[in-house]
Design a protein around this ligand. Structure first.
Ligand SMILES: [Zn+2]
Length: 130
């Protein structure tokens, strides 16, 4: 997907997705950037400042649906900010030795669980509208 299309889709949807996750008090920057192969999106969370920076590789998403999935996934990372803050705190205390693949695994599972919850909530809203 080209960067102009990706930016337009992000602009049209980021506020709605942020509101869905109740992240009104966060300042969240989203930009397109080339990332490592296999990484369509990434997120940096600065919990003490309620700031987050999301980067999405538009070249690694094929369509709007996939782009919105990546964007929502990274916003769920912001929603899970205590996991990020904990990981950073432990890394500072241990000079990076204790933040390992287990932490990443459980963080991703937490994000996945929240995504399933959002999917279920969207389907429930859809049924109520019928
Ligand atoms: Zn993730």
């Amino acid at each position: 997907m080209n960067a102009d299309d990706a930016h337009a889709i992000i602009r049209a949807n980021v506020d709605r997705l942020r509101d869905q996750l109740r992240l009104w008090d966060w300042h969240i920057d989203v930009r397109c950037k080339r990332l490592n192969e296999g990484t369509a999106g990434q997120c940096q969370v600065q919990a003490p400042y309620l700031r987050a920076s999301i980067e999405i590789d538009n070249e690694q998403v094929s369509d709007e649906r996939e782009l919105l999935h990546v964007l929502r996934h990274e916003l769920v990372h912001v929603f899970c900010w205590p996991f990020h803050a904990y990981g950073e705190h432990v890394a500072e205390m241990t000079e990076g030795d204790s933040v390992d693949s287990a932490w990443t695994f459980y963080l991703e599972r937490m994000v996945w669980s929240v995504e399933k919850l959002l999917d279920a909530a969207e389907k429930k809203v859809g049924k109520a509208d019928v």
